[in-house]
Write a protein that binds this ligand. Structure first.
Ligand SMILES: *[C@@H]1O[C@H](CO)[C@@H](O)[C@H](O)[C@H]1NC(C)=O
Length: 411
């Protein structure tokens, strides 16, 4: 059981690699709990507030945020700490989850160890978003999730539509700019937004397991998966929903695991890295809730980034199609050196993280080398892998205390 649960954790990883976990996930398919997504289109049994916040003694509010392209996102707010004391001037902070998971991942540990509740107890007004396609954000003004059109997006759209709409919403509700914490894909969409000058309602950003350049993924299965995504996957799944709990995904994973040199029995260390500090009971909560769907097109976009080693918009595959979408024959490249040099940035990365690989993070840091020294703090944690940053039992002492200090210094 523990071994299976650990394997499933790799779902926290971002993109193709995550699908490999489908096999270990099978035993759980028959025992869906109340947190599980309902893929039949019916509303979920319960929201995150009642599932993970109110029962711990915190106030919690749920909102529907409609994006400028019609998606309806479930967003929640923990307005004050467990002891109360809410007031008008609590600085807002928005937590943005990564790929194939949802906002619940910020609330998996006990309240004293989870970032969302720690921020609330330390005087922040906490907002948690759920990106399109995840269990509380499977709605659109006119398109049903059963329609492939609902899934016609990648992280380009998550940055320009979901993130912008949620940040605008927080601004309207609080009258303040927000702080921001992203994990994995949640860092990617923040960095591209910053580089495009679209983060004017954000005060500072904390990037955990930053993902931007991803060409140094070295695990055999990761490389095979990324290659397969560009070839087989559209044929296998079609350009629609990628449901990681579906049968097609399981079959696909089985075929990848048959590649020579690919060992599917050691998922966690092979893909997210050797996480040092996870709590078994947290892991069990996690596998009841995740993984969540994403768009197949989004995974293809990630696979293109692995293949090309550049950070650009989605490649439509030929000059004519790119011309149609972008007015130029190849997809526009994101230039992260355009992130404003005086924008407060906190960045934390781990020595054992095989997704946010140290070599790739160094490429990013090199691009950010002209950043104002007093506006940037970089933390390296030798023993941490991808998942430790959001679920590690000691993350509160190692990482979250630093985030609190950084936000206070840049409020
Ligand atoms: C692990 O999680 C359980 C359940 O939330 C909690 O009671 C326990 O204290 C946690 N263990 C550690 C080492 O934090």
């Amino acid at each position: 059981m523990a071994a299976n649960s650990f394997l499933n954790l790799a779902f926290l990883s971002f993109y193709s690699i995550s699908l490999l976990l489908l096999l270990p996930f099978q035993p759980f398919a028959a025992s869906r709990g109340r947190f599980l997504p309902n893929y039949d289109g019916a509303p979920p049994l319960t929201g995150i507030c009642s599932a993970a916040v109110i029962l711990n003694g915190y106030k919690c509010q749920e909102f529907d945020v409609t994006t400028d392209d019609g998606y309806i996102l479930g967003v929640l707010r923990i307005p004050e700490g467990r002891a109360g004391g809410g007031g008008p001037n609590r600085p807002p902070v928005l937590l943005q989850h990564g790929l194939l998971v949802d906002g619940m991942t910020w609330l998996m540990n006990p309240p004293e160890q989870s970032l969302a509740t720690i921020l609330a107890d330390n005087g922040f007004d906490v907002w948690i978003s759920n990106l399109r396609g995840t269990q509380f954000s499977r709605r659109h003004l006119t398109i049903d999730p059963s329609n492939p059109q609902f899934w016609d997006w990648t992280w380009d759209e998550l940055a320009t539509h979901d993130l912008q709409s949620v940040i605008d919403f927080v601004f309207k509700q609080t009258g303040q700019k927000t702080h921001y914490v992203g994990h994995s894909m949640g860092t990617l969409i923040a960095m591209v937004s910053l580089s495009e000058g679209q983060f004017d309602k954000v005060k500072s950003v904390a990037l955990l397991s930053p993902i931007a350049y991803v060409s140094h993924i070295t695990t055999p299965l990761g490389v095979v998966a990324a290659k397969a995504f560009l070839g087989e996957i559209i044929a296998t799944f079609g350009p629609a929903e990628f449901n990681p709990r579906g049968e097609a995904a399981a079959t696909f994973v089985q075929s990848l695991c048959a590649y020579p040199g690919v060992n599917c029995y050691d998922f966690l260390s092979a893909f997210t890295g050797n996480n040092c500090c996870l709590n078994t009971s947290t892991v069990e909560t996690f596998v009841k809730n995740e993984p969540q769907s994403t768009a197949t097109k989004n995974l293809v976009h990630f696979a293109q980034s692995v293949r090309d080693g550049v950070l650009s918009k989605y490649d439509y595959g030929n000059a004519i199609a790119n011309m149609e979408h972008y007015g130029v024959s190849s997809p526009p490249v994101y230039d992260l050196s355009k992130i404003p040099h005086d924008f407060p940035l906190f960045l934390s990365y781990g020595g054992r993280d095989t997704l946010s690989d140290v070599t790739d993070v160094h490429i990013l840091l090199d691009i950010l080398k002209s950043h104002d020294q007093d506006k940037m703090k970089v933390q390296y944690i030798q023993e941490y892998a991808h998942v430790d940053f959001i679920m590690g039992v000691d993350a509160k002492d190692i990482v979250y205390s630093e985030i609190l200090e950084f936000f206070r210094a840049h409020n």
